[in-house]
Design a protein around this ligand. Structure first.
Ligand SMILES: [Zn+2]
Length: 487
């Protein structure tokens, strides 16, 4: 028997607002515990929440980027549950009328290079975050403390259809989603700071002689990186297959289970049976007015989307003649790097060559230095200047890389770096004179070449380099062969 893995993801992203969703408290990460709270976000009776319009605008922007329908009317609901880090005893969320629905995200198909998989988005809605419980943080003490700084921070919950068919697809979906949200500037998506959190629903569809059988759905939590998502889902699929073989349990036989990923042990552990939504006693929040949107307001937000990753990859391939792989590498680095590429490509006049320089020199340096493109010491114009010198045949690529290394080290232009390295551009007429001189001095080589032994020309290149280290080997070879042919 074989099986198909069925995965749906729920992603919570913290929106890039300066204040919380229903009060004016700061959302800055890393402040001392409980210094960013007020009576509203700590749920003091008698206080009234007021919606942060910027959070709503960013949510609609993200939803439009995900090709969602935007609701003209939406309301706020209370999701009731008790937890020490939720002082109100309920979370303000959106239940049956989310602000957006019915979207999709196209992702690279990990099984077929160059192909696209379209993943449905069920809904994206806005809600407030809870606080943070910290356990056993002081050495040797069994202490529990609560930090309410995060309470009330705006979260966009993005729920995918169960369209993902492998852990690798789940990882690609998350990578593409994060890239999209970065381009839209709606969230910094920093997983370490909790700005992006992933919960996964997974089960198996087993092909059996009696037809397709679905196993119970499990929700997996506590995954701290995209890699751990991939690993946790791989583990969980295998575990469910084993459980199925042991118990034969099907969807509906047992309640939905929540399991946590244990990164150290590389396994998932059972946590609790999942609440059904009726357990949350959702009801409309009487303190908040519903939100209405007009076509005009939606249109205004749509105008702020900018060029998104998929369209950008397409344009780079079309207008700059670079491969889908190269376009992918550049676009996946973020908009700033793409802008750097565009300036370089336009400045030197060759997109393909510019893409090579960016990948082989610029990105390599950024990786080594753990830096971003805005910290790169060579401007796109100066890099374009260097590439132009190389393209004109005045300097070899390998020497050009030495020059770039000097430009990075000293922050100078190509001309200045060449001067300080003692590299001079070699004039074409000087090069011709040099070649003519060498040919006159090496009749044996000329004879060999004339007899078809083109390799013999190599000794001329070596001699040319000795006389002028800046001579371009490729050009020397070309000119020599040409001169010999004319003899
Ligand atoms: Zn507050």
């Amino acid at each position: 028997m074989s099986y198909t893995i069925i995965i749906g993801l729920e992603v919570h992203v913290q929106l890039a607002t300066s204040s919380k969703l229903f009060c004016g408290c700061s959302t800055t990460f890393g402040a001392a515990p409980n210094t960013q709270t007020c009576p509203v976000c700590t749920g003091t009776p008698g206080t009234l929440p007021v919606m942060n319009e910027e959070a709503y605008r960013l949510s609609v922007k993200a939803a439009l980027g995900l090709n969602c329908q935007i609701a003209k009317f939406t309301k706020w609901d209370r999701k009731s549950y008790y937890y020490p880090d939720l002082p109100k005893g309920y979370q303000i969320s959106q239940f049956d009328q989310p602000l957006s629905f019915d979207g999709h995200l196209d992702i690279p198909d990990p099984a077929n290079e160059g192909e696209i998989r379209r993943i449905g988005i069920i809904r994206a809605h806005l809600e407030e975050d809870a606080g943070k419980s910290m356990h056993d943080e002081e050495a040797g003490k069994a202490d529990s403390r609560i930090d309410l700084n995060r309470t009330g921070t705006p979260l966009l919950e993005i729920v995918s259809e169960p369209d993902l068919r492998s852990p690798a697809e789940a990882k690609n979906y998350l990578t593409e989603l994060k890239l999209l949200l970065n381009y839209l500037a709606v969230s910094d998506c920093n997983m370490q700071e909790g700005s992006l959190r992933v919960d996964a629903n997974i089960n198996l569809h087993i092909d059996s002689p009696e037809g397709k059988i679905a196993t119970p759905i499990v929700e997996v939590k506590n995954m701290n990186s995209f890699r751990s998502v991939e690993r946790a889902l791989t583990y969980e699929a295998e575990r469910q297959w084993e459980i199925w073989q042991e118990t034969g349990q099907r969807l509906g036989d047992v309640p939905k289970q929540t399991r946590g990923w244990d990164e150290a042990a590389q396994i998932t552990r059972g946590q609790r049976s999942k609440e059904e939504s009726s357990d949350y006693r959702y009801f409309p929040d009487p303190d908040l007015v519903p939100v209405t949107m007009t076509d005009e307001a939606i249109g205004q937000i749509r105008e702020t989307l900018g060029e998104l990753p998929a369209a950008l990859r397409d344009r780079l391939g079309r207008e700059y003649d670079i491969t889908p792989y190269d376009a992918d590498v550049l676009v996946n680095q973020g908009r700033e790097l793409v802008d750097y590429f565009l300036t370089t490509a336009q400045g030197c006049g060759d997109g393909k060559v510019a893409a090579n320089w960016l990948q082989q020199s610029v990105l390599r340096t950024l990786n080594e230095q753990q830096a971003t493109i805005d910290q790169f010491p060579v401007s796109a114009d100066d890099l374009a200047g260097l590439i132009k010198i190389v393209l004109a045949g005045k300097m070899e690529t390998s020497r050009g890389r030495e020059v770039l290394a000097e430009m990075i080290a000293s922050g100078t232009t190509a001309e200045e770096a060449m001067k300080s390295l003692g590299i001079a551009e070699v004039d074409e007429s000087d090069l011709e004179a040099l070649c003519a001189e060498l040919i006159a001095a090496n009749p044996k080589v000329v004879e060999d070449v004339k007899q078809g032994k083109l390799k013999a020309a190599g000794s001329l290149i070596g001699q040319a380099k000795k006389k002028n280290p800046n001579a371009n080997a490729t050009r020397v070879r070309e000119i020599c062969l040409q001169l010999i042919e004319q003899m």
